[in-house]
Each structure stands twice: as structure tokens, then as C-alpha cells.
Design a protein around this ligand. Structure first.
Ligand SMILES: [Zn+2]
Ligand SMILES: [Zn+2]
Length: 297
């Protein structure tokens, strides 16, 4: 597959240039992808390093703007529970536990990912699938993960499981971005099945999934989880444009009240099964209306 003119490519750039010369039909991402696997000479390691690095970069990279916003008074107007601002030391303690869990629990599992992916037929080759294929598969994963999350998260709120497993995630009643994965290892495994396991089962059944689609899905799911925990509600937040999208408006209330609003991405399960406890916007409006009423009486 590698038509080499360079006697023996050594650096990643050598591989990239070599591949680019003979694969002009591939776009730059596909060439970079092919060069990475050729350069690594070990697919398990290549996928493992890529998956772990991507997760760390996206997780901490997406949480960083919220940490900065916490320090800028202007943004206080968008903070849902502005009376409970997280301190830097609180956020650092949270980040330490998340990092510990990433290195001890997640890293060994990431190493198993490539062999498992190969076993189920997950494609790692080029060219990548079309945007249309990626779009419908990712939309399906969002819907299925949301259902998984709703039921398992709701189960985690039964008294015994809450005490044994889920209590740790609820340490912060006013959440912040970094708290998205602040949870016991058991909870991480149970809920992560919705994000990682569902696409793998989908692939085992259909034999039609590319690892790039999986990566884009995981990145979007991480964005969703960190945004939902950010504690910030903006006039431009997605749920203002997509009314069934959950966001921080939905999940912040779950952390504040400990019950209800169990779904991750959408509002339909909570609405249909009467576990909807309102939204931060709705509750704030209700509080303001009640205060007005009290004053006029
Ligand atoms: Zn919960
Ligand atoms: Zn949460």
C-alpha cells in the first residue's frame, strides 16, 4: 500500500510526503492518517496513543475556557448558580482525580480498543466514509446513548446504587466543566458503554463503521458532557435553537436537586416519563414571577 521512493522513510514527515506523492486522490486528513499508521508500524499502539491523546486534549481543552470565564466578572451574568463559584483548588482536586482515573482505568481499556475494534470489523483504512454516512451514524449514536444514559443514570439514583457508586459524581452541587468525568470507575464503565459500547455493537451488527466516525462522535459527546456540566447558560446555548437539546440548562438542575433530569443530550425521555424537574432558565423565570407575585400581594 505504501509506494515508497524514499529508501527508508524515518520521520513522520518522510512518511507523509512519501504517501502524498502517490496518493493524490486522498485528502490531507486521509494522508496524515495513513502516514501515522505507517510511521508507527504498530496499529494497536497507533490507535491507543491517538485515542488517549485525543481524549485528554479535548477534555481539558474544552474545560479550559470555562475555567478562564470563572475568573472574568463579566461572565458571572451567565453562570447558573453564581453564588457557588468553584475555586481553583477545587477544580485542581477534581482534575487530579479525573487524571488518575484516565491513567489507571481508561488507559488499559484503550489498549484493548484496537483488537476489539478489529474483531468487530471497525475500519481504520482510507478513504474515510462520506459526510452523509458519518452524520446519520453519529445522530443515531446520540439518540441511543441518550436512552442508555437515561435508564442507567436513573438506576444509579436508586438509594443503594447511589450510595455505592453515583454519590461521588454528585459531590459538586454546582458543577463545572472539569466535573463531567468526576465519577467512580464503576460509573465510568457503566455510562461509557453508551458512548463506546453502543457504536461497537452497531459495528459488529452492520460491519459498517469507520474509526474516524467513532472519534468525531466521541469528540462531540465530550463537548456535550463538558458543556452540560459547565454551569453556564448563554443566550446562544444550543437548546435555544434546538428546544429538545438538554445542555447545562437541563443538567445543572440535576446537580442542584439530586433528582430528575436524568438524560444526557435530549429532553424527551424526562418529558415523556415525568422526571423533568424544569430547566435553569425556566426555574429562574418561575422564581422571578413568584417574587413579583409575592410583592404585589
Ligand atoms: Zn446523577
Ligand atoms: Zn453530572
Amino acid at each position: 500500500m505504501l509506494n515508497s521512493t524514499v529508501a527508508s522513510p524515518v520521520t513522520y514527515t518522510d512518511y507523509f510526503n512519501d504517501i502524498s506523492q502517490y496518493n493524490v486522490h486522498l485528502n490531507v486528513f486521509e494522508r496524515a492518517w495513513m502516514a501515522w499508521y505507517a510511521y508507527m508500524q504498530n496499529d494497536v499502539l497507533a490507535t491507543g496513543i491517538m485515542s488517549f491523546t485525543l481524549h485528554e486534549l479535548i477534555y481539558f481543552g474544552r474545560a479550559l475556557p470555562f475555567i478562564i470565564m470563572d475568573k472574568i466578572p463579566y461572565f458571572r451574568r451567565y453562570k447558573i448558580q453564581a453564588q457557588k463559584m468553584p475555586t481553583l483548588s477545587e477544580q485542581w482536586a477534581c482534575a487530579r482525580l479525573v487524571l488518575l482515573s484516565h491513567f489507571t482505568v481508561e488507559l488499559p481499556q484503550i489498549w484493548l480498543f484496537h483488537p476489539m475494534a478489529q474483531y468487530t470489523g471497525l475500519s481504520t483504512t482510507v478513504p474515510f466514509p462520506s459526510w452523509v454516512t458519518m452524520a446519520w451514524q453519529i445522530s443515531l449514536f446520540f439518540v441511543l446513548e441518550d436512552a442508555w444514559h437515561y435508564w442507567l443514570h436513573r438506576a444509579l439514583h436508586t438509594p443503594r446504587l447511589y450510595k455505592m457508586i453515583h454519590k461521588l459524581h454528585h459531590q459538586y452541587s454546582a458543577p463545572f466543566g472539569l466535573a463531567a468525568e468526576y465519577a467512580s470507575p464503576l460509573e465510568t464503565m457503566i455510562l461509557a458503554f453508551g458512548s463506546v459500547g453502543i457504536p461497537i455493537v452497531f459495528c459488529a451488527i452492520t460491519k459498517n463503521l469507520h474509526i474516524v466516525t467513532m472519534y468525531i462522535w466521541i469528540v462531540l459527546r465530550l463537548f456535550q458532557a463538558i458543556d452540560a456540566h459547565s454551569g453556564y447558560e448563554f443566550p446562544w446555548s444550543l437548546h435555544h435553537f434546538l428546544p429538545f437539546w438538554a445542555g447545562a440548562d437541563h443538567h445543572d438542575v440535576h446537580h442542584e436537586k439530586f433528582l430528575g433530569n436524568y438524560a444526557s443530550s435530549f429532553r424527551w425521555w424526562d418529558a415523556a416519563l415525568d422526571t423533568d424537574i424544569g430547566s435553569s432558565c425556566g426555574n429562574a423565570k418561575k422564581r422571578a414571577a413568584n417574587a413579583k407575585l409575592e410583592k404585589s400581594q
